[in-house]
Design a protein around this ligand. Structure first.
Ligand code: R5P
Length: 291
């Protein structure tokens, strides 16, 4: 098996190759033509091989690079290609919220799977999105990796900033054997949210250690607001953890100003990257290759 790391996921791709018994690892050559069109070229002996392409789709340019890499790998004569998208961009637009909108997550699924024999991703915003793929698609989870980090910290209760994260926080709570609850979230605009506590809490918040668990940290607005509410209710120690850390603009600094620590997996490079999903992805790939 060969592993190719696209520009959005080079470091994680290398970690995955190491997990796959040091599978040959390559970084494609990429450049832009004067008119800004993208050019990619893969190297190595890929003919007749199983090839894994690792590329998060955070930016539109990442999406295009992935599509070109898939075609390049096919042209190189690969036997099968497995596409790993650690951070699956556009996953939050998983339905039509207002008339006239696309279901962007579905569009991405259709394009990402185009030349792939199977797709592997990590903690989709909603696992339902997996059903949009017509090829075999698998979802690894960053929750166990984050749970391993939290296990060594004082921790009394886990919190999801919204109802959409209930499954995630429940899974983490099971692994750590802790109580949990979810805020009610109302989004005011793309950077501001309003959070309200549920009418009953599993434990009183005065003096306790809390971990806020979210799938994505983007502008940081959600975590900052959650930390403010928890502090107001007397929480003593607050940490924030996410699977996918986008940390746009000064999000990391703003969050660090209100919580004790911030944790993220390595689906995207960021300053909070403290746990790797490479072993979880490699496990799925090993099963795919064997099957
Ligand atoms: C939204 O539903 C997601 O689960 C996250 O809560 C959201 O993307 C976080 O965004 P931000 O950091 O901009 O508040």
């Amino acid at each position: 098996m060969h592993v190719i790391g696209g520009t959005a996921s080079t470091a994680l791709a290398e970690r995955i190759s190491r997990e796959l018994s040091n599978a040959p690892f390559g970084i494609p050559f990429t450049k832009r033509f004067p008119d800004d069109e993208m050019y990619v070229r893969v190297s190595g002996r890929l003919e007749g091989e199983d090839v894994v392409i690792v590329q998060s789709t955070r930016t539109d340019s990442d999406v295009l690079e992935l599509m070109l890499l898939e075609d390049a790998v096919r042209e190189a004569g690969a036997r099968r290609s497995f596409v790993v998208v650690p951070y699956f961009g556009y996953a939050r637009q998983d339905r039509r919220f207002f008339p006239g909108e696309p279901v962007s997550a579905r569009t991405l699924c259709r394009h990402v799977e185009l030349e792939a024999d199977a797709v592997v991703t990590v903690d989709l915003h909603s696992s339902q999105t997996l059903t949009q793929f017509t090829k075999p698609a698998f979802e690894a989870s960053g929750i166990p990796a984050i749970a391993r980090l939290l296990r060594d910290r004082p921790l009394d209760v886990l919190v999801s900033p919204d109802k959409g994260g209930v499954d995630r926080v429940r899974r983490m709570a099971q692994l750590l054997d802790k109580p949990w609850f979810a805020f009610e979230k109302r989004r005011i605009d793309s950077e501001h949210v309003e959070l309200s506590l549920p009418p009953t809490l599993p434990i009183p918040l005065e003096g306790v250690h809390v971990a806020i668990i979210d799938d994505v940290i983007s502008t940081g607005g959600t975590i900052v607001e959650a930390a403010k509410v928890l502090k107001k209710r007397g929480a003593q120690g607050i940490v924030a953890a996410c699977i996918h850390g986008l940390f746009l603009k000064d999000a990391f600094e703003r969050i660090k100003a209100v919580v004790g620590d911030v944790y993220s997996t390595d689906t995207l490079g960021n300053p909070a990257e403290k746990a790797s999903v490479a072993p979880d992805i490699a496990q799925i790939l090993e099963r795919l290759v064997a099957g």
